[in-house]
Design a protein around this ligand. Structure first.
Ligand SMILES: C[S@@+](CC[C@H](N)C(=O)[O-])C[C@H]1O[C@@H](n2cnc3c(N)ncnc32)[C@H](O)[C@@H]1O
Length: 273
């Protein structure tokens, strides 16, 4: 995830925004008010930027919804959801809720994280990334899922640094046949390289890969997720892609194509963006 902003939670909302007198349930307008209030308390410079941020956030939500809807509802891809870099579970829970709202019963969700935060970034990444940031324990992550009423029976959590965990043994153990959506939000070039090499067997025609950090490092092609993807697509046989849904400044996604003899070529042939 790119620039994370810190916000202050509003302490008390006006009583007319609650449905019951004990202040337990927010009304529809209360929810809108709270959301606007949260965004307007973001620590940025201009008042109007907060409002803009609110709508940008909605663009991200919409893009994610469209991707999940396309894969799990409209296409024939009956794959699983894999997220690399889950931190406290915000994006993972969001994906779970959307997948369940689409009424997709078969999808399993996999969460991969060190639960110790970021490993050592490369020299050129150190201006923006710090070792150990985004640290959230596995217990805390699972607690957050339970609090959000996620059915843990649908979820598998894989703890550890990718350098140690993403290997053939894990592939044998997990028995994932096919990935529907792969969400990569691990900020660093080397982490993304590990992830991309690990997911090759799970990619099928119709799998969508989302890069949450596509615009990190000033959007440079020679750093971060862009470099990892561009290098990987060249060295990986039979896998091609088409750019799919993108939210400029935030994320990008690719609709993957696994070539086989009987299939018509659809993507851009292992070219660089
Ligand atoms: C920005 S946070 C993820 C945010 C989360 N997706 C969200 O939106 O709420 C990045 C995560 O990637 C994980 N990560 C990065 N590189 C890793 C690696 N090599 N091995 C394991 N986890 C890694 C960090 O532990 C951290 O939790």
């Amino acid at each position: 995830m790119g620039n994370k902003t810190i916000y202050k939670q509003p302490k008390k909302l006006p009583s007319y925004l609650w449905v019951d007198s004990k202040g337990k349930r927010l009304s529809f307008f209360g929810k809108i008010y709270k959301r606007l209030h949260l965004y307007s308390s973001f620590k940025t410079n201009s008042k109007y930027e907060h409002i803009l941020d609110f709508f940008i956030q909605n663009d991200i939500e919409k893009a994610l919804y469209d991707i999940l809807h396309y894969v799990f509802k409209n296409s024939n891809n009956q794959g699983d959801y894999l997220e690399f870099g889950v931190w406290e579970g915000k994006s993972f829970i969001r994906a779970y809720n959307k997948i369940k709202a689409i009424k997709n019963k078969n999808t399993r969700l996999y969460a991969f994280d060190s639960f110790e935060g970021l490993p050592e970034p490369l020299e050129e990444e150190k201006k923006q990334m710090v070792k150990g940031s985004y640290c959230c324990s596995k217990d805390r992550f699972v607690h957050n899922l339970k609090k959000a009423k996620v059915n843990l029976g649908d979820v598998e959590v894989i703890e550890g640094f990718y350098e140690n965990t993403l290997n053939k043994e894990l592939q044998k153990r997990l028995k994932i046949k096919n990935a529907g959506v792969i969400y990569i939000d691990c900020d660093l070039y080397q982490s993304t390289v590990k992830v991309l090499d690990f997911i090759v067997p799970y990619i099928n025609t119709g799998t969508v890969i989302i890069f949450d950090d596509w615009y990190l490092y000033e959007g440079r092609d020679d750093q971060g997720q862009r470099k990892a993807f561009n290098d990987w697509i060249i060295r990986t046989p039979n896998v091609t892609y088409e750019e799919f849904i993108k939210v400029p400044g935030h994320l990008n996604s690719f609709l993957m194509n696994k070539e086989n003899k009987n299939e018509k070529y659809r993507g851009k042939k292992n070219g660089i963006l």
